[in-house]
Design a protein around this ligand. Structure first.
Ligand code: NAP
Length: 247
């Protein structure tokens, strides 16, 4: 896919799915603005991989749940590149537990990063994209946001909320040439899922018609598709990338 001349902000670009997205967009010629929370080593490594593909990369440490930091992130991207064409709201966390034992702070932390973070980043780029009369926003939801999952009421609520925000903003920005879509990955092998017990992984695998766990690149390619100029007539959609899990 051709992203030359385009500037893309990828939150949580240091590791996992975000890293694969940065590489996919860099391969297509985009300028990449890589946002990370605290893992500077991983952020630097991913930035170097993107640069090796010929991309220009701006690496910004930014907590997406903090509006001032998000404003600085977007301002830095506009100062460096003059525009923002693509926003991939990928930063996300889990704090799993059954409702009966889940602490209030675990609910708040997940909502702050996954839901409020997505809201803040969309709000920060919206004016610029409307001015440009061009933009592609891709939000990371989850099959858990579509179907629910025991032990993840906080995460499911945040990811279901992302779907609601995606459809609402898609309606608000459709006439301005800005599309807003969501990706709902199934079980993808990243640091986020690495700690899951083997028995739970085996049970999950049994529920995937394609019979394999997903890779970050499976998701990155779908994100790149929705982020492409050619996908301009697709908006407000939720695309499951899950090997058939949510069918
Ligand atoms: P991951 O490997 O745990 O990576 C998370 C990324 O988010 C890291 O780059 C991390 O930065 C960044 N991050 C975390 N909190 C942040 C914050 N407050 N501000 C800015 N960046 C922050 O996760 P992943 O598996 O790639 O997941 C990426 C997205 O896909 C998430 O939204 C997740 O919910 C969603 N998803 C994943 C799966 C799956 O099976 N893996 C399934 C469905 C949906 P640092 O490196 O600096 O810590």
């Amino acid at each position: 896919m051709n992203f030359s001349g385009k500037t893309a902000i990828v939150t949580g670009g240091s590791r996992g799915i975000g890293r694969a997205v940065c590489l996919e967009l860099a391969r297509g010629g985009a300028n990449v603005v890589l946002c990370y929370a605290g893992n500077e080593e991983a952020a630097r490594a991913t930035a170097a991989e993107c640069e090796a593909l010929g991309a220009s990369v701006l690496t910004v440490k930014c907590d997406v749940s903090d509006s001032a930091q998000v404003k600085t992130l977007v301002d830095s991207a506009i100062t460096a590149c003059g525009r923002v064409d693509i926003l991939v709201n990928n930063a996300g966390i889990t704090r799993d537990g059954l409702l009966m034992t889940m602490k209030e702070e675990d609910f708040d932390a997940v909502a702050a990063t996954n839901l409020k973070g997505t809201f803040l980043c969309m709000k920060a780029v919206a004016r610029q994209m409307m001015r440009q009369r061009y933009g592609r926003i891709v939000n990371l939801s989850s099959v858990v946001g579509v179907r629910g999952n025991a032990g993840q009421v906080n995460y499911a609520a945040s990811k279901a909320g992302v779907i609601g925000m995606t459809k609402s903003l898609a309606k608000e920005l459709a006439s301005r040439g800005v599309t807003v879509n969501a990706i709902a990955p199934g079980f993808i092998e990243t640091d986020m899922t690495a700690a899951m017990p083997e028995a739970a992984k085996t049970a999950t695998l049994a529920s995937i018609p394609m019979g394999r766990l997903g890779q970050a690149e499976d998701v990155a390619r779908a994100i790149a598709f929705l982020a492409a100029e050619e996908s301009g007539y697709i908006t407000g959609q939720v695309l499951c990338v899950d090997g058939g899990m949510a069918m």
